[in-house]
Design a protein. Structure first.
Length: 345
């Protein structure tokens, strides 16, 4: 749908049958003049954020960089984790069937301690009860059923799967995780701007009218309400050692294989979220310069720590299969690269 407009046929309105029928030969009626096309101009919504147009040579360059963004350890981790999950489910189903039949699941061929292909260890939270053998003459049927049921170990440790690679801390995989990450970093940016504005208002009030600070704390969203300086470790400590709730790094690039998404409405919110974040980044950087010029460096905290970077949307061609193969997943509709990653496009 173009911004200039598009002519769309909405419907047809029929005239009355009397007075508009043109009689032809042999009693035929001309039906063409009875119909009237109703034409209405439809414009694109001004609130819709369009996807950027990326040249083909840039798309090809990004495609060549994908193996660096998704190293082989990412695919190995996802494949090994899937094998471990299947292994644990198979052992659990075997134990459940053995408990119903009243047999010993340790004789089942799948109840080995290691996985032959994936090297996944047997879950440690499932151990066989070392009760007397079910073949002994003095063992009753009740004892046999109790001996065949797996029991939880006292260690309380879960299944030890593959180690999570460090590179996954700098990546966001999937549509849902992408939208959650964008929403989170928008919320963090708004809170930082709100706290900088509150501190600026507090400093201006003390210098001009010597306003007495209230004893109670006001909400940051209260209009024209000065608040006490926030002294929580997650905002005041600049070393990062005692941070309680340090948010993850913001996204720098969002890669979407747009032609492979069906329906396309699944990824329609992504350009809107990115545009919202980029507009807040511009406001944050401008407010941060004012904040640093009026507030002492010792009182900056983390709200004005560094300049924020905009997030860039990179729509690609039909490369979802290649991206999913590099990540070791069946499908991969979105790939996000955080600013903390050592690789840049």
């Amino acid at each position: 749908m173009s911004k200039e407009g598009q002519t769309v046929v909405v419907g047809r309105a029929q005239k009355g049958p009397k007075g508009s029928q043109t009689k032809l030969g042999d009693g035929e009626v001309d039906r063409v003049k009875m119909d009237k096309e109703v034409v209405k101009a439809v414009l694109a919504s001004p609130l819709t954020v369009a996807w950027p147009n990326l040249p083909r040579h840039l798309q090809y360059a990004v495609t060549q960089v994908l193996p660096l963004l998704l190293p082989t350890e990412v695919a190995d981790y996802h494949v090994s984790r899937q094998r471990c999950q299947k292994r644990a489910n198979r052992v659990a189903r075997t134990a459940e069937r053995a408990a119903k039949r009243g047999t010993n699941p340790s004789t089942h061929p799948t109840a080995t301690t290691t996985h032959a292909t994936g090297g996944c260890p047997m879950p440690e939270d499932v151990t066989l009860d070392p009760s007397p053998s079910t073949k002994s003459p003095g063992c009753t049927k009740k004892d046999q059923s109790q001996a065949s049921v797996p029991q939880a170990s006292t260690s309380g440790e879960g299944e030890r799967g593959p180690a999570r690679p460090e590179i996954l801390q700098h990546l966001v995989l999937g549509i849902n995780e992408m939208i959650k990450a964008l929403e989170q970093q928008i919320h963090v940016l708004k809170m930082e701007m709100m706290m900088m504005a509150d501190r600026l208002a507090l400093s201006n009030g003390l210098k001009s009218a010597q306003v007495t600070l209230p004893t109670q704390r006001f909400l940051p969203t209260a209009p024209d309400a000065p608040v006490l300086p926030h002294t929580s470790p997650q905002l005041e400590d600049r070393t990062g050692d005692v941070l309680l709730h340090k948010p993850p790094a913001a996204l720098a690039f969002v890669i979407v294989p747009l032609p492979d998404i069906n329906p396309p409405a699944l990824v329609d919110p992504i350009p809107q979220y990115c545009a919202t974040y980029n507009s807040l980044v511009y406001q944050h950087n401008h407010l941060s310069r004012i904040f640093k010029s009026r507030i002492k460096a010792a009182d900056w905290g983390l709200v004005a720590d560094g300049t924020k970077e905009e997030v860039r949307v990179v729509p690609l061609a039909r490369v979802e299969g290649e991206m999913a193969a590099l990540a070791g997943l069946r499908r991969l509709a979105c790939l996000g690269i955080r600013v903390s990653s050592r690789y840049e496009l």
